[in-house]
Design a protein. Structure first.
Lengths: 206, 114
């Protein structure tokens, strides 16, 4: 290459880690270990298709269909795949339901295991050392920082995810949501409410 | 731990940087094709996160994918799925490709011998 590149005339050089990831992917593709189309399809899926909207549909269905709720609590992996959402590595899903007396919170104390098929990729705070350590020691304090104050007699259960078992919280159905459609119900189910660091949103008055 | 995201939840992109998405997808794709189990990977990643935490890395998760990358490179090398000199050569080749591609053109590696 005899190219004497002019300043700024060339493509912007990505940061060092981005170049290293490109090197990893190129090498694995060259060795025939990874199909680049599969990598691109997965990026597209996680950027555009797979996210908390999937989990929200699971929760909305459980709220409005008692049979589905029973199936979800008995075998969440099967009930979730009924709606077309299935796992990446076949990890086992467990649904835990909030009640007037019990509030569930999910963490992965070791790394960041997360129910990808229903929630997408975890937010930054879920991956932080602070959350991973503190939610176990002081769940009530952590929930307060997320703006949740629970009654003193509400039991808080903290579920530690692993590579094999992932948890989905079924938040309490908000009052006044009895007449709502599945779509509207799903719109009340926030990501944090399915991790347990939030509650389902209240329906709009009127 | 704050800032929390009650209001930003809907607008937050899945990945802060394109390379985070690429790394996530490459790791999952390779595992899904049977070259290692997901728990093989998380076992090693968990150790790396703990070590980084003990060594004073940020507690806010901001270096999560940086640690993932370094650990994944080591993981591939330990399993003989990659070697360090190939990775260094390819990183160099990508750097040269970016520096020699006119702005706005797609960047691609030169074929060997070109």
């Amino acid at each position: 290459m005899a190219d004497t590149h002019k300043q700024h005339a060339h493509a912007l050089l990505p940061p060092d880690p981005a170049l290293r990831v490109k090197a990893v992917e190129t090498l694995l593709v060259k060795k025939g270990l990874v199909d680049p189309a599969a990598v691109d399809a997965m990026i597209d899926a996680y950027q555009n298709k797979i996210g908390p909207q999937n989990g929200a549909r699971v929760v909305a269905r459980a709220w409005s269909d008692p049979d589905y709720r029973s199936r979800l609590l008995a075998d969440a992996t099967a009930a979730i795949s009924e709606l077309g959402y299935s796992g990446l590595q076949g990890e086992h899903m467990v649904a835990v339901e909030n009640t007037a007396h019990t509030h569930n919170v999910v963490v992965c104390t070791l790394c960041s295991c997360y129910p990808w098929p229903v929630l997408g990729v975890p937010p930054v705070w879920y991956k932080s050392a602070t959350y991973r350590a503190r939610v176990v020691r002081d769940p009530r304090g952590v929930l307060a920082e997320f703006g949740i104050t629970l009654a003193a007699d509400t039991e808080i259960r903290v579920w530690d995810s692993t590579a094999e078992i992932r948890y989905l919280v079924i938040p309490q159905r908000p009052e006044g949501s009895e007449a709502l459609s599945l779509d509207t119900l799903a719109s009340l189910v926030t990501r944090n409410s399915m991790i347990g660091t939030g509650l389902a949103a209240q329906p709009q008055a009127g | 731990m704050p800032p929390h995201d009650a209001g930003t939840e809907k607008t937050e992109p899945a990945f802060a940087e394109p390379w985070h998405a690429e790394l996530f997808a490459v790791t999952h794709t390779l595992s899904a094709s049977g070259h290692f189990s997901w728990s093989d990977w998380t076992d090693q990643f968990a150790i790396a996160l703990k070590l980084a935490n003990n060594n004073g890395s940020p507690k806010d998760g901001s270096d999560y994918y940086d640690i993932w990358l370094v650990t994944f490179e080591e993981f591939l090398i330990a399993r003989d799925l990659a070697n360090a000199s190939d990775l260094a050569d390819l990183k160099h080749a990508w750097t040269q490709a970016y520096l020699s591609t006119p702005h706005g053109d797609p960047v691609a590696l030169k074929k060997v011998g070109e």
